[in-house]
Design a protein around this ligand. Structure first.
Ligand SMILES: Nc1ncnc2c1ncn2[C@@H]1O[C@H](COP(=O)(O)OP(=O)(O)OP(=O)(O)O)[C@@H](O)[C@H]1O
Ligand SMILES: [Mg+2]
Length: 465
């Protein structure tokens, strides 16, 4: 009825505690003759029996309570003290213990939920994060860190505990080691800028945050990495752009200033030289005007690049019109233009911008192609590599071609394979940058294939049909 029987020694001791004093009193009364031995023996038996019963109930209840508390504290759930009746005082203790156990279990669940939320937030952070132990070894890495530093085979990347193979190399970086020293000795966050050479060159800004007291998993330091490669590249591009644009404008401007000086001085009385110089000045001013027009055009296209165009463009008609407009320049180079145009339309598309693409590509094919060369302008329906229906527009020439190393950089602003030659041919180096931005705005693709000595083909795919 009360579970396991209490062991002999405590049971005996408890019986003595309960029945000891009255038994001793009975024996004393019998000894001095105040109580008949018969009555004393009967009273003694009853006292000891009731003492033993009370001791047994008491110890049984306490034993059961103790076992339930042990089970609950070992994480085996709430104590269940409702099965058998207990002594009233023990029942009060049991009720108190049940309430305490319930509140501890609720707190435990809350702590677990918070721990999981912490782990999930750290795991989902877009910036790479490492948690380091006191010996500076990586304890944990979030998903972004594993992507940045590689994931070791056989570790579960969802666990958040996989330490990436490149983490150790990263932590040995002198600038980061110095920031770790500083953060650990001062107890305040420290920062460092690193350049990581492998697997690709990256600029990384690091924040080292010491944890005092340490995290639950023993983490002493949090290392937060921010990949600044793109920002730095954009900063460099912007600086290069300003330098290039100023340089491109300064050259014709210097020449104009020089000729103005000459016209005012040495050539003041030489009408023939004046005419010659004015001719050059007109060319240089025209070059500056073209450059400024292209720069403004490019910045306009860049501003709208994120908005796809809304209209529909009859690419075949645009190609025929642009081919006709090229006749004088073709004649100047004695080049031949072959048109292979199938009726088709791009959508969504901006016909004026597509005309600009065709004009720039034809202009390049004529100017950078060969004298008396043959140029092919083709327009036809065609699918993108991913299967989307659209229009393929290509301009192919049989010129000298472009060395392979230069091809990826052709669409950069001011990039020219042969600067001197392109400039003397009147080029600003912005044509293909404009083409690329227009194609991007149309969510199309631009591919360049070239073989030295054979020729170059520019191919543009645009959505439509
Ligand atoms: N069809 C081509 N064949 C050979 N090289 C080419 C061809 N098209 C472009 N290039 C090379 O790519 C460079 C960049 O072309 P891009 O059109 O951007 O500038 P550009 O023609 O020099 O000047 P512009 O701004 O007037 O177009 C050219 O300078 C040239 O070196
Ligand atoms: Mg060009």
């Amino acid at each position: 009825m009360f579970g396991e029987a209490p062991r002999a020694a405590p049971w005996f001791r408890a019986t003595l505690v309960v029945a000891g004093a009255p038994s001793a009193m009975l024996l004393l009364l019998a000894a001095i003759g105040e109580l008949a031995p018969r009555h004393a023996a009967a009273a003694l038996i009853v006292t000891l029996a009731s003492g033993a019963a009370v001791a047994r109930i008491w110890l049984g209840s306490l034993g059961r309570l103790a076992r339930q508390i042990r089970a609950a504290s070992g994480g085996d759930g709430m104590p269940d003290l409702s099965v058998a009746p207990l002594l009233p005082s023990v029942q009060d203790v049991a009720d108190g213990v049940t309430r305490l156990a319930r509140s501890l279990a609720e707190r435990g669940a809350l702590v677990e939920r918070l721990r999981r939320a912490d782990a999930a937030i750290i795991e989902a952070l877009p910036d790479p994060l490492l948690v380091l132990a006191a010996d500076r070894s990586a304890l944990r890495a979030n998903r972004a860190a594993r992507e940045m530093l590689g994931t070791r085979e056989g570790t579960d990347p969802r666990a958040g505990a996989a330490t990436p193979p490149d983490a150790a190399a990263l932590l040995r970086h002198p600038a980061l080691a110095e920031a770790l020293d500083q953060a650990l000795s001062s107890g305040a966050p420290a920062v460092a800028d690193l350049v990581l050479p492998v697997p690709v060159m990256r600029d990384v800004a690091v924040q080292v945050i010491p944890m005092d007291p340490p995290l639950a998993d023993g983490g002493r330091v949090i290392v937060l990495l921010s990949d600044r490669t793109r920002e730095r590249a954009v900063e460099r591009m912007r600086a290069d752009f300003v330098a290039n644009a100023s340089h491109e404008l300064r050259t014709p401007l210097a020449s104009l200033i020089g000729f103005i000086e000459t016209l005012r001085g040495p050539a003041a009385d030489d009408p023939a030289a004046q005419q010659r110089f004015l001719q050059i000045m007109a060319e240089q001013s025209d070059r500056m005007r073209r450059l400024i027009d292209d720069l403004l055009g490019l910045s306009r296209i860049e501003l709208t690049e994120h908005q796809t165009p809304s209209g529909r463009a009859d690419v075949a008609a645009v190609a025929r019109a642009e081919a006709d407009a090229m006749a004088p320049i073709l004649a100047g180079r004695k080049a031949k233009l072959v048109l292979e145009v199938v009726d088709c339309a791009a959508e969504p598309a901006d016909a004026d911008q597509l005309a600009q693409v065709i004009r720039n590509l034809l202009d390049n094919a004529i100017r950078h192609g060969r004298d008396r060369g043959s140029i092919r302008l083709a327009v036809a329906p065609g699918a993108a590599p991913d299967g989307r229906a659209g229009v393929v527009l290509s301009v192919a020439d049989d010129g000298a071609g472009i060395p392979r190393d230069h091809i990826p950089r052709l669409t950069e602003r001011f990039y020219r394979v042969d600067k001197g030659r392109s400039r003397s041919a009147g080029g600003t180096g912005l044509g293909l940058a404009i083409v690329k931005h227009i194609v991007n705005r149309h969510r199309g693709t631009l591919t360049i294939e070239s073989e030295e000595g054979v020729g170059t083909t520019f191919r543009v795919w645009l959505p439509g049909g």
